[in-house]
Ligand binder design. Structure first.
Ligand SMILES: NC(=O)C1=CN([C@@H]2O[C@H](COP(=O)(O)OP(=O)(O)OC[C@H]3O[C@@H](n4cnc5c(N)ncnc54)[C@H](O)[C@@H]3O)[C@@H](O)[C@H]2O)C=CC1
Ligand SMILES: O=C(O)C(=O)Cc1c[nH]c2ccccc12
Length: 350
């Protein structure tokens, strides 16, 4: 699709193509919507196969951030950035050059750590720009809060799907046991849920087997497990034409961004199959909630209250979907767009 057609279709305000020769840098910063405040979104460094893939990823992720903030009642806009590079090409010079591009946006984009960036990388970026958040000592990073949000989302989906509060005895398949996935496992195990896990890193599956008596399965088999709930906590695009027919789970509730390979087609297929899908940007808002509160002054009780809202928001979304006979994905998008139109803009964060 021609560039402006796509951007118009998805509703982005600005897309910045960042290029430099010395050091060589290619990055894209996408600002989707700043109606509620400056655009927030962490930066992902990834060796994209093509520039088209990088653009598609950043456009979808940044729009997801707009909806994420709106659904979580965070008065900020949505953006996201990708640096097209292999992790081995990551140098302090590259990160500093990238920080220069963030500065050019004068606070309209606030970023932090996503895939393939470390807290140390964020420190390097912070030397050059004030528009980065995350990695504060006191909050312990966003992942444990994201995991709590996912756990609460699972509870909401169980309530909506089976009208039940009972978690004990349920079976959950978790794909990806990184910072979020392992904490999701911990919450589920504490509630006597049986775990089935996969990860490309055998050390991580072994740890979950040992700590929580999880059953280890391969990445190919994770989709077809005879479980109640599937929790994708690794990559995007995993709900697609190939995987949907394999699913036995009745609920999809996980942290990964961009879970649906094609939002319209695949959310429709899930609805037809009677699967309750928790829209990714609603259930994984814990990370954003955490970094936003670091920015404005962290208070545990406030963060907990905002994360617990994920439960109620999901129930509202399931209810809208049922009443209007639309997918949960469409319902979440409608809720987000309603809030964006009806919320008065806050002054800029500087
Ligand atoms: N950390 C956070 O607060 C937030 C994370 N997310 C999303 O949640 C997902 C997980 O995030 P983190 O745990 O922080 O990342 P992470 O990088 O710590 O963990 C990802 C895990 O997935 C595994 N993995 C990679 N490819 C896999 C495959 N094909 N099959 C199975 N496992 C595979 C990796 O080995 C790793 O253990 C990502 O998609 C991220 O964008 C979304 C919102 C907030
Ligand atoms: O939920 C996402 O995809 C995020 O990008 C959340 C997030 C994690 N760390 C950050 C730092 C600045 C802005 C957003 C985030």
């Amino acid at each position: 699709m021609p560039l402006f057609e796509t951007v118009k279709d998805m509703g982005h305000e600005q897309v910045l193509f960042c290029h430099g020769k010395n050091p060589p840098i290619k990055a894209i910063i996408a600002i989707h919507n700043t109606s509620l405040g400056p655009a927030m979104g962490a930066t992902r460094l990834y060796p994209y196969v093509s520039e088209e893939d990088a653009l598609t990823d950043v456009l979808r992720l940044s729009r997801g951030m707009t909806y994420k903030a709106a659904c979580a009642n965070i008065p900020m806009g949505g953006g996201k950035a990708v640096i097209i590079a292999h992790p081995q090409q990551k140098t302090p010079e590259l990160l500093k050059a990238y920080a220069g591009f963030i500065n050019n946006l004068n606070g309209q984009f606030i970023t932090g750590q996503d895939i393939n960036l470390t807290p140390e990388d964020v420190r390097v970026i912070r030397e050059q720009t004030k528009y980065v958040v995350g990695g504060e000592e006191k909050s312990g990073g966003p992942a444990p809060i994201t995991a709590l949000g996912v756990f609460l989302g699972i509870k909401a989906a169980v309530q909506a799907h089976w009208q039940s509060r009972e978690l004990q005895g349920l079976k959950v398949a978790i794909q990806g046991l990184g910072n979020v996935g392992k904490n999701v496992c911990r919450y589920l195990h504490e509630h006597k849920i049986k775990l089935y896990v996969s990860d490309v890193d055998p050390a991580k599956t072994a740890e979950m087997q040992q700590l929580f008596n999880a059953t280890v399965v391969s990445n190919q088999e994770i989709y077809s497990q005879d479980v109640d709930i599937f929790a994708p906590c690794a990559l995007g695009g995993i709900i697609n034409q190939q995987t949907i027919p394999q699913l036995k789970a009745k609920i999809i509730a996980g942290a990964a961004n961009n879970q649906l390979a094609d939002e319209k087609t695949h959310s429709q297929m899930l609805t037809e199959k009677g699967i309750t899908y928790c829209p990714d940007y609603v259930i994984n808002a814990g990370g954003l909630i955490n970094v936003y509160n670091e920015m404005i002054g962290y208070e545990d009780t406030k963060v907990m209250q905002q994360v617990h809202q994920i439960y109620d928001t999901l129930l509202t979304i399931f209810d809208i979907a049922k009443r209007k006979n639309i997918t949960t994905n469409e319902a979440a998008q409608q809720l987000a767009e309603y809030r964006i139109i009806n919320t008065k803009k806050k002054p800029n964060y500087q």
